[in-house]
Design a protein around this ligand. Structure first.
Ligand code: SAH
Length: 225
């Protein structure tokens, strides 16, 4: 087998058995969407973190990815993806705010047609863009910009997912949702009680919000005032 394939497959603490154990834990914690579980059982999360952390990459925890940012905890990735896909009809075109390591984008790319993802920290944007290309993802488009403005030129989106928490929801994200589309977004102050919200656009100017579980995210840093 080629070295690249071996790297992707992993060994020991990064092997398929370890990924299967993580899937078992996600199932125990209440993730029900089998397609999400199957995808997370395949994607080599160990390649989305620094090599020094690879052996911890299938623990159900967030891990540092540099620049004060983290790769989200697998349970949270699974939960947000499950909530995002629960729309009717399921989304084809999805915007992610907060590319970070690219892991959430990779999970989405296996489940929807097109993923657009926005990151504001240039070195993260560059490294992740290269990694996703290297791993063969061709339906993820990466952008360097402030995602609190959404991604106007590609709007509307069937669904939007934010993997960083603003205190209040940026209006652009609501405006760039297709009617019937949903926004999955944590809100709240840094290091205080944050909550995971699902907001569905039910009409031109009507929205329905459902608050789900408490969560802990890095802040959505906005250049807008
Ligand atoms: N989805 C990522 C999670 C990374 S943490 C993953 O799977 O690894 C959240 C990311 O959001 C960080 O990389 C941070 O730089 C980014 N971020 C914060 N505010 C942002 C903004 N206004 N626009 C775009 N990205 C933002």
């Amino acid at each position: 087998m080629a070295k690249r394939e071996l790297d992707i497959q992993g060994i020991g603490m990064t092997s398929q058995r370890t990924r299967d154990r993580l899937v078992g834990r996600l199932r125990e914690r209440g993730i029900k969407n089998e397609a999400v579980l199957a995808v997370m059982g395949k994607i080599p999360r160990h390649l989305f973190v620094d090599e020094a952390l690879a052996t911890r990459s299938y623990e159900d925890t967030a891990l540092p990815i540099g620049h004060g940012q983290t790769i989200s905890q697998p349970y949270i990735v699974a939960r947000m993806t499950e909530l995002l896909l629960a729309g009717d009809p399921p989304p084809n075109k999805v915007l992610e705010v907060g590319t970070g390591s690219g892991y959430q984008a990779a999970v989405l790319a296996a489940l929807v047609k097109d993923v657009f993802t926005v990151e504001r920290i240039e070195p993260l944007y560059r490294a992740t863009r290269a990694l996703l290309y290297d791993l063969g993802y061709r339906n993820i488009r990466t952008f360097l910009s402030d995602g609190s403005w959404g991604l106007e030129r590609e709007a509307p989106f069937d669904a939007i997912i934010a993997t960083a928490a603003p205190e209040t929801i940026p209006p652009a994200l609501l405006e760039q949702l297709a009617i019937g589309g949903r926004l999955v977004i944590p809100t709240g102050k840094q290091m205080q009680a944050q909550v995971l919200n699902v907001i569905t656009r039910t009409g031109e100017s009507s929205y329905e919000t459902v608050a789900h579980e408490p969560v802990l995210f890095v802040p959505l840093v906005s250049d807008r005032q």
